[in-house]
Design a protein around this ligand. Sequence first.
Ligand code: SF4
Length: 168
Amino acid sequence: MEKPRVAVHKFASCDGCQLALLNAGEALLALATRVRFVHFAEAGIVDPEAEADIALVEGSITTAHDATRICDVRARSRYLVSLGACATAGGIQALRNGRMRQGDWLAAVYARPEMLDALDTSTPIAEHVKVDLELPGCPVSPRQVMAALADLLLGVRPRREPDSVCLE
Ligand code: SF4
C-alpha cells in the first residue's frame, strides 16, 4: 500500500519551524517509515507541485505571488496544517500591519524597493485558504506536529493541547 504523502511548504518565515521538525530526531525517523515526504526543502526533497495527503505550512503570506501559491498548495492537499506563529498569526513580520504605508517601510529597509513585490500586510494562512488545524508556537512544538500527524494518519480529528505552546 502506498504511504500517505506529506509536503512541507515554506512561506515568509525564518525556517525555524522546519528546523524544529528536522531536529525531532527519532520521532521524525519513525514518521518517515509511515509516510512519504514529497516536498520538504529543508530536508533536500524538492517537488513543490507534488500532490499531498497532508500539507504542513510554515510562514505567512506577504506577497501576491505567495497569495496565489497558497491557493495552489490548498488545491493539491487533502489536509492543510499551519505551523507556528508566522503561519497562524502573521509572525513578527505582521508588526508592519497598519503601521506604515508600504512604500515607507520598503524604502526604510531596502535600497531598491521597486524590485520587491510585497503586500502591505503579513497575514496568516487561514486568511487565505481553509486550514484544517493550526499549531502555534515559535517555533512550533515538534511533539504537537507528530501528535497531529499521528491523528490524521489514523483518520481521527487532531486534538490540540490548549496549553502546549512553546513546550519544547
Ligand atoms: Fe521562525 Fe517562529 Fe516563524 Fe517558526 S513561527 S518560522 S520559528 S519566526
